[in-house]
Ligand binder design. Structure first.
Ligand code: FES
Length: 151
């Protein structure tokens, strides 16, 4: 367990109990997921039951209990994106990466998830990779798009 990393994150939050979501974001960013041992340590340090922490972790899509890839792909499958062919884009990404939704490539380079409307319906179909939103994505563009993020 990386106690020093967690201690450094906790030190950023003077009011720890009221900052649980912010703390979890920092831990997720650091490890790319929320390791169980670290969550239990946080639970003890800030006095919030582990069950309460898990209920928050399970509520937010952003949090993951499994290691995520270096690049997190979110394909919007909301109504506007669906109508504009987002499912075909999703299938193309699955084919190219040989993973399904909710999975991570063996080389830990990519994780793939779906989201429901990211508020960019005029850009449908939209794909978010890390902090970048890609607009009007077609299945043909997928290979080139992924290549920008490959090691
Ligand atoms: S439905 Fe995809 S951005 Fe709104």
């Amino acid at each position: 367990m990386q106690v020093e990393a967690i201690d450094a994150i906790l030190a950023k939050f003077p009011e720890k109990r009221g900052s649980l979501i912010g703390i979890l974001h920092e831990v997720q960013n650091h490890f790319r997921y929320l390791p169980e041992g670290e969550l239990r340590y946080i639970s003890k340090r800030i006095g919030i039951p582990i069950t309460q922490i898990y209920s928050i972790v399970n509520f937010y899509n952003r949090f993951s209990l499994k290691p995520k890839g270096k690049n997190e792909i979110s394909v919007c499958l909301g109504t506007a994106c669906h109508v504009k062919g987002a499912e075909k884009v999703m299938n193309q990404i699955k084919d190219k990466l040989h993973i399904d939704k909710g999975e991570t490539t063996d080389d830990m380079n990519f994780s793939l998830d779906e989201v429901r409307c990211i508020g960019a319906c005029s850009l449908a179909p939209a794909v978010v990779i890390n902090d970048d939103t890609h607009a009007l994505v077609t299945p043909k563009q997928v290979e080139k798009l992924l290549s920008k993020y490959k090691d």
